[in-house]
Ligand binder design. Structure first.
Ligand code: SAH
Length: 250
């Protein structure tokens, strides 16, 4: 059998948010590769081997997946959300670029998933309804100075912003610094959405003005969305609606 490697996104958590295309690829797989909590979402069955690995071994994991596909296996590499957003698709292509030329002839497909910022945005209203950007706040793979520079420029460009990997136990200081940079650069009190574990039983959404945003409100299961200067809040009983209008008037 000709090998195949599919890099699939499992969405933010709820199984109903997995696309039928991804579900089909999983039913056809012989091998599933990925970070432990994502592989744990796959139902075991006879004929399917689950290869769960720790975080931070993305290139090794990719090579392993490519080697198995080259042996003729039907490999699915799983990511949460979308596999192209701060996830495995780039890691697999880095391994392909550095690997044997035969890997370039493999059947490789990327299947999209619902990324965290879109699931969070839908819960809050439509904060990403106008121009926006996504920034990974982890400085594991890039220098902190670059993160600060991008934050300042995103504010200058008046983008709404979505922050992935905002705060971890090993990097408790970064997000506090990011909030400081934002408060200085924005000079106003725009809405900040802390969306934790969206679409899971642990989901929790908080909307606060930037002046009241505190570092402890975020962890590694949170995506943080900061509005642009145009972002508005409709207050109502129950949860507020946060949205950014479609147009900016001249
Ligand atoms: N590929 C993933 C992102 C991986 S980076 C995607 O497209 O969503 C991991 C970060 O994603 C987390 O630190 C968090 O910021 C965010 N994230 C993933 N799932 C989430 C969820 N269900 N709710 C809130 N944030 C989530």
């Amino acid at each position: 059998m000709t090998g195949r490697i599919v890099i699939a996104g499992l969405g933010p958590g709820d199984d109903t948010l997995i696309t039928p295309q991804v579900s089909l690829a999983i039913t056809q797989a012989t091998d599933i590769v990925g970070y432990i909590p994502y592989v744990a979402r796959i139902e075991p069955r006879p004929g399917l081997t689950l290869h769960a690995s720790d975080n931070r071994v993305e290139i090794d994991r990719s090579r392993h997946a490519l080697e198995m596909a080259a042996e003729g296996k039907q490999v699915v590499v799983v990511s949460s959300g979308d596999p192209g957003v701060f996830a495995m698709a780039s890691a697999v292509f880095e391994a392909v670029e550095a690997g044997p030329t035969s890997w370039r002839n493999l059947d490789i497909q990327v299947l999209p998933g619902i990324t965290a910022m879109l699931a969070a945005s839908a819960r809050a209203g439509a904060p990403l309804g106008h121009d926006f950007c996504a920034i990974n706040l982890s400085d594991n793979l890039k220098p902190w100075e670059l993160i600060e520079k991008r934050l300042r420029l995103a504010v200058e460009g008046d983008f709404a912003m979505a922050f992935y990997n905002p705060r971890s136990k090993s990097r408790p200081e970064g997000f506090a610094r990011a909030l400081e940079v934002l408060r200085k650069a924005c000079g106003d009190s725009r809405p900040v959405i802390f969306a934790r574990a969206v679409s899971t039983p642990d989901e929790h959404i908080d909307v606060v003005p930037l002046t009241e945003a505190r570092p402890e409100m975020a962890d590694m299961r949170t995506v943080v969305i900061v509005g642009s200067s145009q972002t508005r809040i409709i207050t109502r009983n129950g949860a507020p609606i946060v949205y950014t209008p479609r147009s900016v008037l001249p």
